[in-house]
Design a protein around this ligand. Structure first.
Ligand code: SAH
Length: 194
């Protein structure tokens, strides 16, 4: 049961609950491709995943992971560009999104997500979500710049209109402050007139 507490597990459960075959989803930070793989499995052959990373190494690792799981790369658009440009690639609504911030594990620890571009990307991604759609953001305050990024993202999402979004922050409170935190967001389904 202790595995329940992993960020990946909880984040995936949260997104998996609303994701169905044929849906569209975004992985804002491919990294090693674990989240992209999860989304690709969930959306099925008719679905579509848009995955972003600025590093070629991340794109390659993600592609290999998808291919090794049975040509899942067919349903994923691997985009080597910053997630702040998400609107250039996606126009139609999406059901789920995940951003796993910080640096690429096993890569160059100096290449990190940056506060300004992260804020822009999160805002644009929230706009793309359908009603009832969900987004997960994993923040890592332990590396240089990470704390500022965490605080900025948390501040931004704390100001989201509560009639439009539910926002939950989760943290392991008996761990050091450098431990990752998770933000869960749901776009509230619009109420019908009657
Ligand atoms: N910290 C997480 C993994 C994060 S990977 C963990 O430990 O599991 C974060 C990825 O974001 C890296 O691969 C990095 O290249 C990528 N990245 C950095 N800036 C980006 C940007 N503007 N757009 C998209 N990806 C970016």
């Amino acid at each position: 049961m202790s595995n329940w507490f992993t960020v990946a597990r909880i984040g995936h459960e949260f997104l998996g609950e609303v994701l169905s075959q044929g849906d569209a989803a975004i992985d804002g930070t491919m990294g090693n491709g674990h989240d992209t793989l999860f989304l690709a499995q969930r959306v099925g052959p008719q679905g579509k995943v848009y995955a972003f990373d600025i590093q070629e190494q991340a794109v390659q690792r993600t592609r290999e992971r998808l291919v090794s799981h049975g040509s899942l790369d067919q349903r994923v658009e691997l985009i080597q560009d910053g997630h702040q440009n998400v609107r250039r690639y996606i126009e139609h609504p999406i059901r789920a999104a995940i951003y796993n911030l910080g640096y690429l594990p096993g890569g160059n620890h100096e290449i990190i997500t940056e506060t300004q571009t992260t804020l822009r990307a999160v805002e644009d991604t929230l706009d793309l979500l359908v009603s009832g759609g969900r987004m997960v953001i994993v923040v890592y305050p332990g590396h240089p710049g990470g704390k500022l990024e965490q605080e900025s993202v948390e501040y931004m999402v704390s100001k989201l209109n509560p009639l439009k979004f539910k926002v939950l922050k989760m943290t392991l409170i008996n761990r050091p402050p450098s431990a990752p935190g998770v933000i869960f967001i749901e776009k509230v389904a619009e109420k019908s007139e009657n």
